[in-house]
Design a protein around this ligand. Structure first.
Ligand code: ADP
Length: 160
């Protein structure tokens, strides 16, 4: 049995939805590696370094969580870390098609790596980093969506 799971994503930026998923994963696995994708094609607004720092700060009170970045395929990163479980989140039906395609593609690439989906609580089931950035642009109060440090960083970034 695998004691460690990898939770990969863009985390641009990390939200309470991601954080809740990490906590749920810790209820099943002993350790969770949060893996920040260095995916320039998604045009992230935060650099990998900034995303890593925000996540590290957000999970500082959680035991057994480490935070790393990776380039390339998540299955290659999983193999490098000798981990055979990938955690992904499923919010609504809209996530399903993309996540399903990706999980099956990853299975084709690495049949020894399993993807497990976790669902957030209802309050976070509509929350995405993309919508968050739009709301931040419009000057919304983000305190119920992200930790204070992330809200500060978002506002600073969007002022530039
Ligand atoms: P990616 O670009 O890889 O989709 P994201 O940071 O947007 O990166 O999401 C990483 C994973 O976390 C995805 O599986 C996504 O469905 C999940 N996720 C994002 N926001 C939430 C949320 N509010 N609740 C549960 N899962 C979420």
């Amino acid at each position: 049995m695998c004691k460690t799971a990898i939770y990969p994503g863009s985390f641009d930026p990390i939200t309470y939805g991601h954080i809740e998923l990490i906590k749920r994963a810790l209820g099943i696995f002993e350790d969770v590696i949060v893996a920040v994708a260095n995916n320039v094609e998604k045009n992230p607004i935060f650099s990998v370094k900034e995303r890593l720092e925000m996540i590290k700060d957000a999970v500082k009170d959680l035991d057994n969580v480490s935070v790393e970045s990776f380039d390339g395929l998540v299955v290659d990163f999983a193999r490098k870390k000798k981990v055979s479980v990938i955690i992904r989140g499923l919010r609504m039906i809209s996530d399903f098609e993309y996540e399903f395609q990706m999980a099956l593609t990853n299975r084709r690439l690495a049949s020894d790596v399993e993807t497990i989906f976790l669902m957030p609580s209802e309050q976070y089931s509509f929350l995405s980093s993309r919508l968050l950035k739009e709301a931040a642009h419009l000057g919304a109060d983000l305190s119920s969506f992200v930790p204070a440090e992330v809200e500060k960083a978002l506002k600073k970034k969007l002022k530039k």
